[in-house]
Ligand binder design. Structure first.
Ligand SMILES: O=C(O)CCC(=O)C(=O)O
Ligand SMILES: [Fe+2]
Length: 290
């Protein structure tokens, strides 16, 4: 991996990590990039966290599953989805909530969830060098067995990713229970990428035929989506919003938690319908495009 990692900011990734990132999308025509750092099960020096830390993070977050102050329900077209979500902002002054599709997420009120997200954020941003200064929010998904998320782009008002380069860093957690520890795909899910081209994101019939990349994301794996990725590619986690694979499909075994760190570049300022009337105190510093 070369200096194109984290294209929106100078590449400050510590050299010992840089060589480990694998390019997934390097589309210079559309300035869209994605990189992948698999967690090394053999090396302790190339990882941003120990296996014990990853397990502890997963167990802390999953132990809060039924805590409604931590995780919220997600909906699509009026239907309750399998996955739950949580939204954390990393600046105390920020009051931005995060909505997409039929799901609207208030800021998670759980102190326990916020504390563990802060701890994970510190470890992940240390590994990604310069990203610590730009990241100011984290979205979490809790996938029970069988759960995924349909094709979409993270192109909401807050991130402005259709008009300017963004960088999203994703961490997957999915610890196998001790009686299943040899199953390396326990808690893993397939992450899919397809170009937006002419296929609308809700064209369910057609959504798999032009998938360009499939990456099995396992416990401790990191992945980025960078540059203009959100304007040119859709991503999903198989089997999307389907509830048809809750029993025994090898790609949907076990529970998975995903954290995606993002940069709010436009705080909700009440100006558009999608702000739902919310005006964040930080919206006065909204960074206008030149
Ligand atoms: O679970 C994942 O890997 C992706 C989650 C995602 O796409 C999102 O939170 O927007
Ligand atoms: Fe996403």
């Amino acid at each position: 991996m070369a200096s194109s990692l984290l294209v929106t900011t100078p590449d400050l990734t510590p050299p010992e990590y840089k060589s480990q990132w694998k390019p997934i999308v390097e589309d210079s025509e559309t300035k869209s990039y994605s990189y992948y750092l698999p967690y090394s099960t053999t090396s302790t020096t190339n990882n941003f966290a120990t296996r014990e830390q990853l397990d502890r993070w997963f167990h802390t977050l999953s132990s809060l599953e039924d805590d409604e102050t931590a995780w919220s329900d997600a909906h699509y077209q009026g239907e309750l989805l399998l996955r739950k979500t949580a939204w954390v902002v990393l600046d105390d002054r920020c009051t931005c909530e995060y909505g997409y599709s039929d799901t609207w997420q208030p800021i998670s009120k759980s102190q326990a969830l916020q504390l563990v997200v802060q701890e994970i954020t510190a470890a992940v941003t240390a590994c990604c060098g310069g990203c610590a200064t730009s990241i100011n929010s984290c979205n979490l998904n809790y996938y029970p067995q069988g759960g995924g998320v349909g094709f979409h782009a993270d192109d909401e008002f807050l991130f402005d990713g259709r008009r300017r380069p963004t960088r999203i860093i994703s961490l997957s957690l999915g610890a196998a229970p001790s009686n299943n520890s040899s199953n390396k795909d326990w808690g893993a899910r397939k992450f899919l990428i397809r170009p937006q081209k002419d296929t609308p994101e809700d064209d369910v019939q057609d959504q798999y035929h032009d998938v360009q990349h499939e990456i099995m994301l396992r416990h401790g794996d990191l992945l980025t989506m960078e540059g203009m990725f959100q304007n040119h590619y859709f991503h999903s986690v198989w089997p999307g919003d389907s509830k048809a694979y809750q029993d025994h499909h090898p790609w949907t075994q076990g529970e998975r938690i995903n954290l995606t760190w993002r940069t709010i570049v436009q705080h909700l300022d009440g100006s558009k319908e999608e702000c739902r009337g919310i005006k964040c105190p930080l919206s006065t510093t909204n960074n206008q495009l030149g």
